[in-house]
Ligand binder design. Sequence first.
Ligand code: ANZ
Length: 844
Amino acid sequence: EEVYDFAAIQAKWQPIWEELAPFKTSAEGDTRPRKYVLDMFPYPSGDLHMGHAEVYALGDVVARYWRHQGFNVLHPIGWDSFGLPAENAAIKRGIDPRGWTYDNIAQQKKSMKLYATSFDWDRELHTSDPEYYKWTQWLFLQLHKKGLAYRKDSWVNWDPIDQTVLANEQVLADGTSDRSGAVVVKKKLTQWYFRITDYADRLLDDLNQLEGTWPAKVLNMQRNWIGRSIGADVDFAIEGRTERVTVFTTRPDTLFGATFMVVAPDSDFAAELVAEATLDVQEAFQDYLLQVQRSTEIERQATDRPKTGVFLGRYAINPVNGERLPVWAADYVLADYGTGAIMAVPAHDQRDLDFARAFNLPVRVVVDTNSPATGMIPVITQGMLDGTEELPELDPLSTGIALAGEGRLINSGPLNGLSKITAIKRIIEQLTNDGLGRSAKNYRLRDWLVSRQRYWGAPIPIIHGADGAEIPVPEDQLPVLLPPAEGLDLKPRGTSPLGGATDWVNVPNPIDGTPATRDADTLDTFVDSSWYFLRFLNPSDDTKAFDPKEAEKWAPVDQYVGGVEHAILHLLYARFITKFLFDEGYVSFTEPFTALLNQGMVILDGAKMSKSRGNLVYFTEEVERHGVDAVRLTMAFAGPPEDDIDWADVSPVGSAKFLARAWRVARDVTSAPDVEWKTGDVTLRRVTHRFLADAPGLVESFKFNVVVARLMELVNATRKVIDTGAGSGDAAVREAAEATAMALNLFAPYAAEDMWQHLGYEPCIALVPWRKAEQTLLVQESVTAVVQVDGKMRTLLEVSPKISSEDLEKMARDAAAVIRSIGDREIIKVIVRVPKLVSFVTRP
Ligand code: ANZ
């Protein structure tokens, strides 16, 4: 007897699929509804790993499912192939990053094809191909034209190991680089930025559109990252300075409680103020500044850190009461948030209070939070509530606890007696009228730093004139080709290696032909991936980045699938670029990914897999040992997709056994394809049709593991009929085997195709429409009837939904539990509601 041999089945079908190319997609002349299912594309750092095995298995369930449901499904793949790992590997081994990258791609592609993911390979793209990055450069130029790509000097996050700048998003919570692990330091450099902050409100507000189709966790992460604060800007005069200085506050109601001002030591404003100060102050300030520059932003924002600072010898004037406020420089105020200067209200802000206590500055309470209902009393006792016990002292100066709670305004002139919200409104009105302030918003989000001082990326298409002019490379001269790596020193040293490509760097000024130089930096790879989903629509078009007409047909992406590690960066950038393209009229939608599925990680023994831990499970080994289908099925069966999969807890061996069992069922079918279903075993038919009816909803809500479990039930039920029932010739056996093959195509495409062939059909099963469940077979075989005695439930009966009232009553009377509970009492009334209820009323 023939046995299930996954290797032989893989070897048999792979070339056939290659030839038939069943997943080649076109919108041309196809009237089916369309779906765009996209998996996050891989970074080719080596062969595929188990994380890839998971994401591409799950994404493929979705893509294959919608095809069965009659949709024209676009499911493309490409490579995110620029980036540092290639460059670092190249430096380490003295090879060309290009060669390293494309060798890895070849390997991954081979693995991906073996893995039988249903991609349209005709749309494959590589972000490191000139055909692709030409359009990344084009995108840069469009942003530049609109003033959304600009250069500025600023303090940037500097990775001293990789010798390159990092976006804020690439600095981890502990202040280290997410790439190299180095402690990130600050360095002042001229860098290119994208003005994503112009889009902050829309990036925040449009998240509401994604409620319900994106994981709540991701929506929250995006919201926090953008971090909108609503408040006011207030202008303070500075003694001895003509211009006022503006501070941002979320609590303008506390303006009367301001007792000093603090500026960021690394702000231009601090430098300006200190220039006029005494030499002693200047010296103290310079020492302090050096100390500050050694600390990370995270350290500076830590609340438990002792407060440090320097008095600058200058005074600000509170616009509402004319009070003189000493101006300090302290590192808890950040230069690039708000205006880099704050009014300090120590009574109501904890950091200001800590600072005031450290430097002996005055504290004035202006909000009376002294009421148990709203105050900040640590422990409220019953005595406090009924007034028999005195309220504890709430003086922040002695308790050290700022009064952040709600309450009525005091010590605040015209604001006295008002609630916080009314006071905020009132003071903003007053400041606005007096021209001394206005309502204001601030964001945690910073502009996106896009320039990198590294080789392996898309060159920035700008030429610098001798006069300092920034000249965009004319669009018809794109792409600006990356010069060959040969002969360049790629070792990181803080400036781009491209600077060493003399022939490449020195170019005539496109405007007047005078000597000029190319910008030698390259673009952050997140720029490459911010728009790739559009390039898939016509990846070989060399006349435009993407075709708006194709975008109209396919985009936005209906279902995006990928790891939660991209919850902030990549998604935020893609959302921003989409909004920009919308504003420019290139697309008609404002969100790129309508729905998002985040899969968990594949871990081993509870730990993340990594080379350094030495607990890697290798993709190729698993696939060789268990077969593609078993690995894919295991990924789907492991649990809800968003949970981590511990590879030590799952059983690819079990998956392979199940596949063999399913496959044998198809082998055993002896009836012909045109057999009359109706003649088949009704019990099995019911199981089949229940499965066909339930599976779509389960797949659409990503309960893949439940679908697999139900499929196992179906196979067992089929086996039972073959072995102990009507036998392999029964029509229901064929019907069940066909349904099994069809559903297995979502998870185990090789086994499914082979079964399909054994069942007498031509390839490809992936293109066969989903069988519709027959309503008449969905009627439940049994229902549960409740039997009550004197209102108490005594037993449950499994009965036919068509049972007669008499039969049901008889069954109930005969039930042991009922007999016992009635005893020798008299039944005076019986209520029967078929098929659900029998209720006896008795009397002694
Ligand atoms: C006075 C005040 C009184 C404040 C009070 C708070 C409470 P979020 O919510 O994060 O936006 N602030 C403003 N700019 C700052 C900077 N560059 N570095 C550090 N802190 C800064 O916080 C806004 C509040 O943080 C502002 O409101 C300001 O302190 C401070 F009872 O102003 B507040």
